[in-house]
Design a protein around this ligand. Structure first.
Ligand code: SF4
Length: 231
């Protein structure tokens, strides 16, 4: 599975825009129940005036809220971000710690956010299980589990070493763009023949795309004419 995902996208990246571990941490804190696009729109102006912990803390609650008011739960997020900035300044000289325990001690930072920061900012081989990875791991039969922690622990145990660094992004992007929640694009899926999902769609329909979103045609798929017909 991972060899195919790597072939389709050798260097997967987060879609959040950031220039430092601090900015990534803030973007991930803002991304809970929000789209990356919405977060990037808000952080574009926010990071221009407050690129680090000291300047963000100096914005104050009202100043920070002005920048992130378009994002869901912004009141709670703003309060947590300011407390986190204070803690970073007082405990870590304004820097984001490369350490799970210290990250999870920051207000508003849970295991998932810590995993994203450790993986994306510091290159650690962590896998942050979000809604996309939870769905994909269960549908594929790759790491079935009833809770995100169960899925994370299984992925930790079974993802082979060469794929651990990027497994997180491969699975998220696969879930976001191919194995979508309501209508998975099975006809465009490079993992089709490996997938155990009982409701996987076996044929392309007129509204689905040919296998281009993953960049690699599904193995064993016969080529078809340019007109796809609803089965
Ligand atoms: S075949 Fe369908 S259900 Fe299975 S991983 Fe691919 S898109 Fe998801």
């Amino acid at each position: 599975m991972f060899a195919r995902l790597r072939a389709a996208n050798p260097e997967p990246r987060t879609e959040l825009v950031y220039d430092s571990p601090f900015q990534l941490l803030i973007a991930v804190m803002l991304s809970a129940q929000a789209t990356d696009r919405g977060v990037n729109k808000a952080t574009k102006t926010l990071f221009a005036v407050a690129p680090d912990a000291a300047s963000m803390r100096a914005l104050g609650l009202a100043g920070l809220k002005r920048h992130i008011a378009s994002i869901g739960l912004y009141n709670t997020k703003a309060a947590n971000i300011l407390k986190t900035c204070k803690q970073l300044i007082e405990w870590h000289e304004g820097k984001v710690p490369r350490n799970r325990e210290a990250l999870e001690a920051l207000p508003g930072v849970g295991r998932k956010t810590a995993n994203v920061v450790l993986n994306t900012a510091f290159g650690e081989e962590t896998i942050a299980v979000d809604t996309h990875i939870f769905r994909v791991a269960n549908r594929l039969g790759l790491a079935p589990g009833r809770t995100v922690r169960e899925v994370e622990d299984r992925l930790d145990r079974l993802v082979p070493k060469p794929f651990r660094r990027h497994a997180h992004h491969w699975l998220i992007l696969h879930g976001r763009y191919v194995c979508k929640a309501r209508k998975p694009l099975c006809g465009a899926c490079v993992l089709f023949d490996l997938c155990t999902y009982k409701d996987k769609v076996t044929k392309w329909t007129a509204t689905e795309s040919p296998p281009v979103s993953s960049g690699v045609p599904r193995p064993g798929l016969r080529s078809r004419s340019r007109r796809w017909k609803r089965p």
